[in-house]
Ligand binder design. Structure first.
Ligand SMILES: C[S@@+](CC[C@H](N)C(=O)[O-])C[C@H]1O[C@@H](n2cnc3c(N)ncnc32)[C@H](O)[C@@H]1O
Length: 303
């Protein structure tokens, strides 16, 4: 396991995400979501599946108008913006990529969401000690945290959540727990300089140790296989533009990494889980959702 510092984490994030917004726009959906989509229709399109994923996260968090949402690792701001627009929350996103934060700020301005949605270039660990939110999401962030830092991560998220609040963690897991292979060496060297992955049970154990009540766990592995496949197809369809923007080497590196990732999800050596947690208030219960009944809206809500 590698040693970590905030500077090192910031450099690693810049290596991956500051490749350029225009490059990511070539293969991501129009909302620029860079995590597993949710295909309600197994043959569905990426654009629809990403909107459905954003809304699924908001519904799992039972967002209500006027609540505050912290979106840790918000990327280009898609979830924060969606939650403010469609669920009436006040959203605060933080990312370690300047390029992402600038892009998100511009989109927030364009969509007239200033005052309801804020995206900042900031390490979530640097949020003020007294910061408190009604709900928290971390979508695609645990991959950057480092396994040995899970206790600190889950503990810090807990501090920032209001009593009884809900937290959704959406992240990749590794089937056999983290070990070094030629695949991980390639990823470390060229793609994610500080990524590592734990197994699901190891992750859940750390969540429980940090005193989270686990309410719901959903595996979306095959959704991520399809998402990565869609990204590769879209990247290949715009190969000339990609080469012109970032050069042959980065184009090929990203194409290989996305292809390998799709195969790894398909073959189940890695997985993707959404875990919904609650900050326990007292043993009497409070407002925790009792069923999944409210999660699934009628067909075609965002068609
Ligand atoms: C895979 S992207 C996911 C982005 C977004 N959640 C989405 O679904 O499209 C991971 C994000 O985590 C952010 N991140 C990683 N470590 C962070 C930290 N310590 N503080 C804030 N953001 C962080 C990165 O900057 C990036 O925006």
């Amino acid at each position: 396991m590698r040693t970590r510092s905030k500077q090192r984490d910031a450099r690693a994030i810049a290596h991956h995400y500051d490749v350029s917004n225009d490059f990511y726009a070539l293969f991501l959906d129009p909302l620029m979501v860079y995590t597993c989509a949710y295909y309600r229709d197994p043959d569905g399109k990426l654009e629809q599946a990403q909107m459905d994923k954003l809304d699924l996260v908001c519904r799992k968090l039972r967002l209500r108008p006027g609540e505050t949402l912290l979106d840790i690792g918000c990327g280009w701001g898609a979830l924060s913006i969606w939650a403010a627009q469609h669920h009436g929350v006040r959203a605060h996103g933080v990312t370690l990529s300047r390029a992402q934060a600038e892009y998100a700020a511009e989109r927030i301005r364009r969509e007239g969401l200033e005052g309801r949605c804020l995206v900042e270039y900031r390490d979530f660990r640097d949020l003020p000690a007294e910061a408190r939110y009604d709900k928290i999401a971390a979508v695609g962030v645990i991959e950057h945290v480092g396994i040995r830092n899970y206790p600190a991560f889950f503990g810090r998220v807990r501090e920032m959540l209001a009593d009884g609040g809900l937290y959704l963690n959406h992240g990749i897991t590794h089937e056999f727990h983290w070990k070094r292979t030629s695949h991980t060496d390639f990823l470390y060297r060229y793609v994610f300089p500080n990524g590592d992955l734990a197994g699901l049970t190891e992750t859940l154990t750390e969540m429980e140790r940090a005193r989270w009540e686990i309410l719901d766990v959903e595996g979306l592995r095959l959704h991520y296989a399809r998402t990565c496949r869609h990204w590769v197809e879209r990247l290949e369809a715009r190969a000339d533009e990609a080469r012109a923007l970032v050069g042959e080497r980065i184009y090929r590196t990203w194409r290989l990494y996305l292809t390998c990732s799709s195969a790894a999800f398909e073959g189940s050596s890695i997985g993707l889980y959404q875990v919904l947690m609650r900050k326990q208030r007292d043993r009497a219960g409070g407002t925790a959702p009792r069923t999944r009944e409210d999660l699934y809206p009628p067909e075609g809500r965002f068609a």
